[in-house]
Design a protein around this ligand. Structure first.
Ligand code: A3P
Length: 299
């Protein structure tokens, strides 16, 4: 059963979360954490299920919309992801096929049937400096009173939590190492790996790959339309049109705006990291990523 915990940084920043088996969870994770994790593990997976798995702020909405458009054959904005983490199992079970689900949990926490090769996984990984900058600006935009009571931090404080893993979903480094392990050991071919920076460079080729992976229409005209609809600019416009305050965000945001589509760029971290923070980050990155199969562009 998850226990409440408060972590504090050197400069007095704090975050109130829940801890279970050494991992941190947000308050809106379903139930007591333990039972929901068990329900996810044993849930029935369908052949045409697609799971979008990401570390927070790595392009979850982007991947979700790409996969959703390809799955439905329509270029309609798909909205915010339905997260396994924050949705009870009865609701997940009652969703019509083909289901599109997201999670920030690592692959070892996914349903057993998915780990055995039933259903498909799309994962997007993003360079950690932009993840950190996106996370910082995202949480600063959340303006619900519940939020102020739980989280108060400076850039330095959040960076300390991010590096030490005193944060929901742990460190980015552990998350990517987890995927390295999966890439070495997983025998099924039901996982597709995308890198955010590569998607920015050439979205159309990723749309083609994803369509082939999902086994959906590979009609070039449609794939071009999906690519156009899923540029940062067009998704930001469509998300604003589609936003209603009654969406899931109402529990964390009162400002009536979806705090997701900010800049969608590679390299915005330069506006946040000090020279010293960047040097320290690079040292940690070198060490932790020396055996990784994944590589990232930072500019
Ligand atoms: P920034 O804050 O750097 O702008 P998630 O969906 O995992 O929460 O990730 C949000 C990040 O993905 C935000 O990054 C957001 O702008 C970016 N993003 C969303 N849609 C995008 C798109 N179509 N192209 C590029 N980046 C996108």
């Amino acid at each position: 059963m998850a226990e409440p915990v408060t972590v504090r940084s050197k400069d007095g920043s704090f975050m109130k979360m829940f801890i279970y088996n050494g991992k941190y969870y947000v308050a809106h994770f379903v139930g007591n954490v333990k039972d929901h994790l068990a329900a996810i593990e044993t849930m029935e997976v369908r052949e045409d299920d697609t799971f979008v798995l990401t570390y927070p702020k790595s392009g979850t909405h982007w991947a979700y919309n790409l996969a959703g458009m390809l799955r439905t054959g329509k270029t309609t904005y798909q909205g915010s992801p339905i997260f396994l983490d924050y949705t009870d199992i009865e609701t997940i079970n009652s969703l019509p096929s083909p289901r599109l689900l997201a999670s920030h949990l690592t692959f070892d926490f996914m349903p057993k049937q998915l780990r055995e090769g039933k259903g498909k996984v799309l994962t997007v990984l993003r360079n950690p400096k932009d993840v950190m900058s996106s996370l910082y600006t995202f949480v600063k935009k959340l303006d619900h009173p519940d939020f102020y009571e739980r989280y108060q931090f400076s850039w330095d404080g959040l960076l300390e939590f991010f590096m030490d893993g005193k944060i929901v979903y742990g460190t980015w480094f552990d998350y990517v190492q987890n995927w390295d392990k999966v890439r070495r050991e997983h025998k099924e071919n039901n996982i597709l790996y995308f890198i955010y920076e590569d998607m920015k460079q050439d979205l159309l080729s990723h749309v083609n790959k994803l369509a082939a992976f999902l086994g959906t229409s590979c009609e070039q005209d449609f794939l071009h339309k999906v690519t156009e609809k899923c540029t940062f600019k067009n998704m930001a416009i469509d998300a604003t049109k589609a936003y209603t305050p009654s969406e899931q965000w109402k529990t964390i945001s009162t400002n009536q705006q979806l705090p997701i589509y900010r800049k969608g760029e590679v390299g915005d971290w330069k506006n946040y990291f000090t020279v010293a923070q960047n040097e320290h980050f690079d040292e940690v990155y070198e060490e932790k990523m020396k055996n990784s199969m994944f590589s990232f562009r930072f500019v």
